[in-house]
Design a protein around this ligand. Sequence first.
Ligand code: CP
Ligand code: NVA
Length: 306
Amino acid sequence: MKKDFVSIGDLNRDELMGLLADAITLKKERESGRMKAPLRGKVLAMIFEKPSLRTRVTFQTGIYELGGMGIYLAPSDIKIGQRETVPDVAKNLSRWVSGIMARTFSHSTVTGLALNATVPVINGLSDLEHPCQILADFQTVYEKKGRLEGIKLAYIGDGNNVSHSLLLASGLMGMDMRMAYPEGYEPNEDIVKKARSFASTSNGSILITNDPKEAVEKADVIYTDVWASMGQKDEAEIRRRVFSPYQVNEELVSFADSDFIFLHCLPAVRGEEVSAGVIDGPHSVVFDEAENRLHAQKALMVKLMG
Ligand code: CP
Ligand code: NVA
């Protein structure tokens, strides 16, 4: 594996499958009370420029369960790029800790940390990608559906960080990925190109459309995310209008396979991107998905920091 986990595309197919298998093993060990401590004495610095529930708690709990310790650095603590340059933060932290996890606005902050740190750097969400989320998502799909290859995954909504990592990972794993977005909110062109090139070697397919019904047709997995991401909340009003035909609700999911599962990275806004009936309904596995953040990231930390 590469030193850093900045993009889900940093992994190849076997590495991604290997991480999911390790995550499932770690989950079993935890459930049976037989946890090991392969990262005894190691420290993870956790830099946050944005709020978090899942990422913060799962990384901190994860490193602790592996025998190490996490240090939470709040947005106001180090003011990365303002109080101190990104390279200087990376070089300082590398002298003390065994790994850095960073949640940032600009993706270049994560790549800048990775370039300048001698220890592994993990992307805990940037404006471009959310690769840790996708590890947990794919673990959940694998657990519920028994495979990834050939799975029809429909992502409905904004061309954002989560959609980008989903596109790349679906391409890597040979999935039948369909994304529906409203005009003007398309995914990053370079990401789509890269995802298509992954798909061409994995027998996967990538459909990008403005029609949510076309995307959801016979889908095994339906995924959505907030219409306004962190840092875009002042656009919330206009986005509510543009995205309203893209709500994942009872009518839209009626086009999916009868056994479909519903995923959402959370936090969710019920009544906007998803109806309460769907996210709180029998097809929703969003809390299994949230739980898997813990197991998947433990597997990742063992690989990178072990
Ligand atoms: N899904 C996710 O990353 O949640 P948080 O923003 O709460 O970390
Ligand atoms: N796209 C969302 C994901 C939150 C986990 C955001 O960036 O706010």
